[in-house]
Ligand binder design. Structure first.
Ligand SMILES: Nc1ncnc2c1ncn2[C@@H]1O[C@H](COP(=O)(O)OP(=O)(O)OP(=O)(O)O)[C@@H](O)[C@H]1O
Ligand SMILES: [Mg+2]
Length: 511
């Protein structure tokens, strides 16, 4: 046993599981999402659930939280057989989850979102607003959130919305807390906060299920692991007794070379020159030049203004000052259509909202941004060409689906992301802006995205890579722009960049 000190869970490792799910199968038309799956969770332990995109992780979470009913299987909580038919049943059994794609209500307040479905009521059965606001404020303090209980959800950024989701899970005071890729939208500092919360929950004897594609996180927070491949359990054990390589091999069925495939590419003429770009509140005085064949990294904490700057370039929220030159000519970008015409493509961070039409199929989604290029002389989209391209990009990125016209909403989170990336690659832009391109993507496909980026740079595209993952920015970029509080604080050359310097500058140090 790895650990036997008092506050470590290792000493109780051989205890009975607090939750055991076994023999679980779930089919969707054309897919077996789960097959005879078993999962054990232990009080005071964090179990990491690992597996490729589409392996069945979120399906398992949805079964545990009453969103899906399994075709077969049994659930035992505290030695008692249970059935979960609705989220209410799950709460009653002390199970709560932070979902990968949370359902939230933009028009409502933070407090209402947190207590939706279980609002406190007074003796007359009316909603007890003051107690709801007070409890929300307490929860927000506990997770050190920087917004108020009454704030309308739509005023919050992606990371802040995620904090609401975390507060919502904590509001149930559950014994079993499930986190389905909770860190995907968070920056390094917020991830530290989250891990502090996880440590607290563990100390209180709760069982945690943690889903992530990032191995550094898994090895930091988890005590145990369970691995899924194609809906089946392929292994489980103690984190202290395994290695990253071993887990990757189990997940993928082979070893993966995780080295970033940065290639030496001749850097060409400037393709994009930005000078003094500012908007009213989010960024100021952004000036840089992007060359053909160059990958320019943008690093910073969440809220540093990177995504807002990119949205400015893209005409989503046009800047109030500054100039944008493309191939030496000043470009007027007042709307996204202008940016697309000028040859800029943007893969947004919040792909659920900005990137995909989930009611449409994979093929249609991939074509959305490049309709003009696939339409033939009569204006019709050439079906065969479209399908061929979908197949090509889809298989390069290893999109897992029953068929190419499957609706996006039926794909796993990671596979939806891949389709959105493919959609923009299909436009063959001159300038490609990728905002957190490998967030939520499994390790094998991540390597594929990096390889495609390297290929595109070699073809002469200028690429902007916004990423909060240091190894990714450092591995892929020719130069790295560090932003903080809406401004560029420093530009590093590939040779002069070290993790310490970059982080120090991003957090306000002088390095
Ligand atoms: N509502 C649905 N209709 C049809 N198929 C579905 C549905 N939900 C999930 N699937 C399929 O079930 C399989 C498992 O998906 P799931 O979302 O559980 O994967 P995951 O392990 O969470 O992947 P990721 O890492 O990408 O989030 C996938 O093939 C997916 O397409
Ligand atoms: Mg998932």
């Amino acid at each position: 046993m790895a650990d036997t000190t008092d506050d470590q869970p290792g000493a109780r490792a051989e205890a009975e599981p607090i939750l055991r799910l076994s023999g679980v199968s779930k089919r969707f038309p054309g897919v077996k999402a789960l097959e005879g799956m078993r999962l054990d969770l232990y009080a005071g332990h964090t179990t990491a659930l690992v597996g490729e995109n589409g392996a069945g992780k979120s399906t398992l979470v949805k079964i545990l939280t009453g969103i899906y009913t399994p075709d077969t299987g049994s659930l035992v909580v505290d030695g008692v057989e249970r059935t979960i038919h609705s989220p209410r049943d799950a709460w009653a059994d002390g199970i709560t989850a932070i979902h990968q794609e949370p359902v939230m209500f933009d028009e409502l307040s933070v407090a209402e979102n947190i207590f939706m479905g279980h609002m406190p009521v007074d003796r007359r059965g009316l909603i007890d607003w003051s107690s709801m606001i007070a409890r929300t404020t307490e929860l927000l303090e506990r997770i050190e959130a920087d917004f108020a209980a009454k704030t309308q959800l739509k005023r919050l950024g992606v990371a802040q919305k995620h904090m609401v989701e975390i507060a919502r899970a904590l509001s149930h005071d559950a014994r079993i807390v499930i986190m389905d890729e909770p860190t995907a939208a968070l920056s390094a500092r917020e991830i530290d906060d989250l891990f502090r919360i996880v440590a607290d929950l563990k100390r209180q004897g709760r069982a945690i299920l943690f889903i992530s594609h990032k191995f550094d996180e898994i090895f930091r927070v988890a005590d145990r692991w369970t691995c899924l491949r194609d809906g089946c359990l392929v292994g489980e054990g103690l984190i202290a007794e395994t290695t990253e390589d071993e887990l990757v091999k189990l997940m993928v069925g082979r070893s993966i070379d995780q080295v970033f495939p940065k290639r030496e590419v001749a850097i060409g003429e400037p393709v994009l020159e930005v000078a003094g770009l500012s908007n009213a509140t989010e960024y100021a005085d952004i000036s840089f030049t992007l060359h053909k064949g160059e990958i320019l990294g943008f690093y910073g904490l969440v809220g540093a203004g990177r995504s807002e700057t990119m949205q400015g370039l893209m005409g989503i929220s046009p800047p109030t000052r500054g100039t944008i030159r493309i191939n030496g000519h000043e470009a007027r970008i007042a709307a996204p259509a202008d940016a697309i015409d000028a040859g800029i493509a943007y893969v947004p961070e919040d792909r659920q909202i900005q990137g995909a039409v989930t009611a449409l199929g994979i093929r249609e989604n991939m074509s959305l941004a490049s309709l003009a290029k696939t339409a033939n002389k009569t204006g019709f989209v050439a079906y065969a060409a479209e399908l061929a391209r979908t197949r090509d990009l889809g298989s390069k990125l290893a999109v897992k689906a029953a068929h190419w016209d499957q609706k996006l909403m039926e794909l796993s989170g990671g596979n939806q992301q891949k389709v959105v990336i493919a959609k923009w690659l299909a436009t063959k832009p001159q300038i490609l802006i990728l905002d957190e391109p490998t967030k939520g993507i499994d390790i094998g496909s991540k390597a594929a995205v990096h390889a495609i980026m390297a290929d595109l740079a070699a073809e002469g595209l200028g690429i902007i890579l916004v990423s909060s993952e240091l190894p990714e920015v450092m591995g892929m970029s020719d130069r790295i722009v560090v932003m903080a509080e809406g401004r560029m604080v420093r530009v590093f050359d590939r040779a002069g960049a070290t993790p310490e310097k970059i982080v120090s500058v991003a957090t306000g140090g002088m390095a």
